[in-house]
Design a protein around this ligand. Sequence first.
Ligand code: CP
Length: 296
Amino acid sequence: MKHLISMRDIDRGQIEEILKEAERMEHLLNKGKPLKLLEGKILATIFYEPSTRTRLSFETAMKRLGGDVITMDSKSSSTMKGESLIDTIRVISGYSDIIVLRHPNEGAARLASKYSSVPIINAGDGANQHPTQTLLDLYTIKREVGKIDGIKIAFVGDLKYGRTVHSLVYALSLFNDVEFYFISPEELKIPKDIKEDLRSKNIKFKELTDFIDDIDVLYVTRLQKERFSPEEYEKVKFSYRITKDLVEGKRFIIMHPLPRIDEIDYEVDNLPNAKYFKQSYYGIPVRMAILYKLIG
Ligand code: CP
């Protein structure tokens, strides 16, 4: 694996290797000793869209491994003077050993990988893919449910534009006997190509408008406001909300890639099955594992 652009580029064996390496990284982190596994290496984070978790957890992961970080965003760089993505990548791949890129255009990370002399990690390209989020989601399921094969998972929310949902559905389809439930209003339904992919693999799924609770994982997503026209957004806002009454005492874990806007009530946060802050923490060992696999 030279780059990490899409979950479609890696197989189940490679996913399991990364999850295993992440467990080792979590164990090393828990020991609390400084690590030198990537000493002397430089990570460049290039973000053309806002981010809190992906950017800072990658930067933390690199520093925890003993490496260094340089960073660029579109607002304070020569992008403002009109410099292209391709030229930016050509320049920054000469400054660094690995690049993490977030860009609003689908396919941007793939394009960047063609012009980069160092590995590119896709940190989100439009509504397309966010593979490192998928890997940390899989890690969270493995750690908190205890298995990935055979789980029942319900996705709730903006299933149309939620790239984390698209990536995770694909990745889970590589595991055995996973059952999928897609809960959303009509306007936010899961795209047809994803359903076709599941059908072609004979994988069970159901589309619902009502909530269910005989599941192992409830995966909630925010409405991707930035990808709707103002008129479309007005129609779908406030169309779903996870309340304490709905989820308290249930056996399933609650996940969310975050940021949360108003789709999960704050009083859900302290329930034992609310795992979304732990999920964001797992971004550190998983991204340490990915960095180490690519340039260690
Ligand atoms: N989950 C996620 O990608 O969060 P950020 O947009 O804050 O990076």
